[in-house]
Design a protein. Structure first.
Length: 419
């Protein structure tokens, strides 16, 4: 939907000629007439331009973030918090960011309204227009009207039933189901008709009394766009949000990116690692508690992280961070043997021979593997992850083999493993 509105916004100048052509050719006359009534009315046209601009300009960030969260990268869990933090920084406390294109249109709309439009500028900048009805308020009106009209519809259905009951062979249960379905369909059509009428009424009301100050326009924009931003931020950034604990896990997962790990202090790292306790797999009771092991070995881990110079570019390599952890894991045994021969741990300088640094560092690889399985979004995540793993197994020269494997797997699944 967002891409359609974005395309509409970018090609807005071509809409009027296009609709005029549709209307002159007699294509969808009812709809094209309604569109022309909207597009040829300058009062409504300015509102449409501003609302469309605000929608595209403000929600583009949210749309991009949602698409990113549906990706398939193995390292996503380690970088997703940075993406979300960047988004939240643009909308502090759920407020809208600056919208340059929309603000330009607002200035032009106000200038048109107080000159060609014939509206009188407010005496005071704080003299705002009356509050507009929100979509939620309109939906409540629609529901109330449909509900109040329900007895009449039921009576009409019963009247039809009584007229044909003698000739009907339906059972009472079958008839009740059919009539209930009939009532639902009628109410669905009635709700749509009432909603369209309410929206048209609200559009007329706004056209007759448009916002005439930047603050009034901002309030109008916030009433439409603000709830989408607030919905996301309240779920992720609010302590009472249903995704807040998940976000805390993702915030802590940033430590597995060595570039981030080497920038935080030991105390900051311990506070972040505590957040991993929300993920029960890493917080099992006993000696093998992963979170405790990560906290004990962070100094040694940070020492390895400080040696990393090149940044991991997620857009180029979606498994770079996990690969780095695997390479660190592979060399631990050799390091442990070398330290045993020299009699000194390279990480803590202990000479007691009872150092646990190497064992602790193994837990970072274990935790990284577990966290890499987490997906921030359920939207197409499982499917994307499967194809990502398959693509990692097959090179460009093996594309046909990959296609054959997928075909064969589907064939076997459909035939219940029988050839």
């Amino acid at each position: 939907k967002f891409e359609i509105l974005q395309d509409l916004y970018e090609k807005f100048g071509d809409i009027v000629p296009f609709v005029l052509r549709l209307n002159s050719d007699g294509i969808a006359p009812a709809n094209s007439n309604k569109l022309l009534q909207l597009l040829l009315d300058q009062r409504k046209l300015w509102t449409l331009k501003i609302e469309l601009s605000a929608y595209v300009e403000s929600l583009k960030d949210l749309c991009s973030l949602c698409y990113f969260l549906e990706g398939d990268g193995t390292d996503m869990v380690f970088v997703v918090a940075d993406k979300v933090n960047d988004f939240l920084a643009k909308y502090p406390d759920g407020t809208l960011k600056t919208l340059p294109s929309t603000e330009r249109l607002v200035r032009e709309a106000i200038n048109w309204a107080v000159t060609d439009g014939g509206f009188e500028a407010p005496a005071s900048p704080t003299d705002l227009n009356p509050p507009r009805a929100t979509i939620a308020e309109i939906d409540r009106r629609v529901q109330n009207q449909v509900t109040s009209d329900r007895p009449r519809r039921r009576a009409a259905i019963e009247g039809v039933r009584n007229a044909v009951i003698a000739a009907s062979a339906e059972t009472d249960a079958a008839r009740n189901r059919r009539e209930a379905a009939m009532l639902r369909e009628q109410e669905k059509e009635a709700a749509e008709a009432v909603r369209v009428a309410e929206l048209e009424r609200e559009a007329e009301r706004l056209a007759d009394a448009p916002p005439l100050t930047p603050d009034a326009w901002k309030a109008h924009i916030v009433s439409g766009i603000g709830p989408a931003i607030h919905y996301f931020t309240s779920r992720c950034a609010d302590e009472n949000g249903d995704r807040f604990k998940s976000m805390e896990v993702f915030q802590a997962a940033r430590l597995f990116n060595p570039h981030f790990a080497k920038t935080v202090s030991h105390e900051e790292a311990k506070a972040l690692l505590e957040k991993l306790r929300h993920y029960h797999v890493l917080n099992q009771e006993g000696e093998d508690n992963v979170v405790n092991a990560l906290k004990r070995s962070f100094t040694a881990y940070r020492q390895n992280a400080s040696l990393v110079v090149k940044r991991f570019d997620y857009d180029v390599d979606k498994a770079g961070i996990l690969s780095w952890h695997y390479k660190q894991f592979l060399k631990l045994e050799n390091e442990k043997d070398e330290d045993a021969r020299t009699g000194k741990c390279r990480y803590c300088n202990s000479t007691s021979g009872r150092c646990k640094c190497h064992d602790g560092l193994k837990m970072w690889w274990k935790a990284a593997r577990i966290l890499a399985l987490l997906m921030p979004s359920s939207g197409a995540a499982e499917t994307e992850r499967v194809f990502s793993l398959l693509n990692n197994l097959f090179s460009d020269q093996q594309t046909l083999a990959l296609g054959d494997l997928i075909f064969l797997s589907l064939f076997l699944a459909y035939n219940k493993r029988k050839v």
